[in-house]
Design a binder for this molecule. Structure first.
Ligand SMILES: NC(=O)c1ccc[n+]([C@@H]2O[C@H](COP(=O)([O-])OP(=O)(O)OC[C@H]3O[C@@H](n4cnc5c(N)ncnc54)[C@H](OP(=O)(O)O)[C@@H]3O)[C@@H](O)[C@H]2O)c1
Length: 299
């Protein structure tokens, strides 16, 4: 298949492109600069452009059979300008690239979302197909993600050939690092102070996500929502996934900081709210049944 990929220079998109190339797919990757394209595997065609400027990539979608939209931006405690940027990239960019793909006749469109779009689910496993509610999210970036996923699901309801994929907490078992800024309070040399020890997450090794995305683009059902997520475990119980030499910051103190700063410094309050931890648990029954997804490797 000829597949247009956004976010190919990112953590997930990089592994995805390698996996697609291994399966013999022809990849066209949207990159912000040709400098960044040097990181792409040999044989991948790079197109310089920007999600916020559809005219920069539109014509390169013509002739592609699939689009995998894996680009995105995130910021914890965004300023007003950063909020606008998140909306432009994650909401406007997702809508524009989907519309451009539809106009170009692309037959399979995969929208990558994020478990935080469902909010703090407090131990409940979200079934595939549930609509995310921006009002229930913990951070502004997650609220924007929720709106973007809802937009993709609206497009599905309108008959567009869209598949939504929501991974768990993505990490690289070979290179432990805080997969998400919300876990890191302080990090220097060997000393990592992390937060959210009690957060319940489904941990997804990045290479298994890449394999799952290949399966989705090749044979996922159009109109489906698939959760590609492993077993749920508390952050404190997941060896190596979010960093070595861990010291855990007390959750009660993080909650107190969030409360104290709520009215005086909302951006900092959001950071502490995120650090207090949140449960993002996904039920992957459909992905397991239809795609044979196995997300339990490693953690
Ligand atoms: N990491 C996780 O745990 C996780 C879990 C679930 C879902 N996700 C979602 O998966 C997506 C990718 O995550 P990631 O961890 O791979 O993020 P990442 O490493 O930060 O990569 C983001 C990618 O998006 C590209 N990008 C950002 N703004 C763009 C723009 N305006 N135009 C074109 N490309 C742009 C970046 O390009 P540059 O290289 O030029 O910056 C990069 O290739 C995100 O949407 C995220 O919400 C992530």
């Amino acid at each position: 298949m000829r597949i247009f990929v956004t976010g190919g220079t990112g953590f997930i998109g990089g592994r995805l492109i390698t996996a697609l190339a291994k399966r013999g797919h022809q990849v066209v990757a949207l990159v912000r600069t040709y400098e960044r394209a040097r990181e792409l595997p040999r044989g991948v065609r790079a197109v310089a452009g920007d999600l916020t400027k559809p005219e920069s990539y539109r014509t390169h979608l013509v002739g592609c059979e699939a689009l995998i939209h894996a680009a995105g931006a995130t910021t914890l405690g965004p300023s007003r300008l950063e909020r606008e940027r998140l909306e432009r990239i994650n909401l406007g960019g997702s809508r524009d690239v989907r519309d451009a793909a539809l106009a170009a006749g692309v037959g399979r469109i995969v929208h990558l979302s994020q478990a935080s779009a469902y909010g703090d689910v407090r131990g409940r496993a979200v079934p595939e197909g549930e609509r995310p509610d921006p009002a229930r999210t913990v951070t502004y970036a997650a609220a924007v993600r929720a709106q973007a996923q809802a937009g993709a699901m609206d497009a599905q309801a309108g008959g567009a050939p869209v598949i939504v994929v929501v991974p768990g907490q993505v990490y690289d078992p070979l290179t432990p690092q805080p997969a998400d800024a919300e876990f890191a309070v302080f990090r220097r040399d060997g000393l990592w102070v992390l937060s959210g020890a009690g957060s319940l997450r489904c941990w997804t090794p990045v290479d298994q996500l890449a394999v799952g995305l290949c399966d989705v683009v090749e044979r996922g059902a159009l109109g489906a929502v698939y959760h590609l997520a492993g077993e749920s475990r508390r952050a404190r119980d997941v060896a190596g996934a979010i960093g070595p030499a861990r010291l855990w910051f007390p959750t009660t103190v993080a909650r107190g900081m969030a409360r104290a700063l709520r009215d005086v410094w909302p951006a900092q309050a959001e950071r502490w709210r995120a650090r207090a931890g949140a449960d993002h648990v996904l039920d992957s029954a459909r992905a397991r049944a239809e795609l044979g997804w196995d997300g339990d490797g490693g953690a």
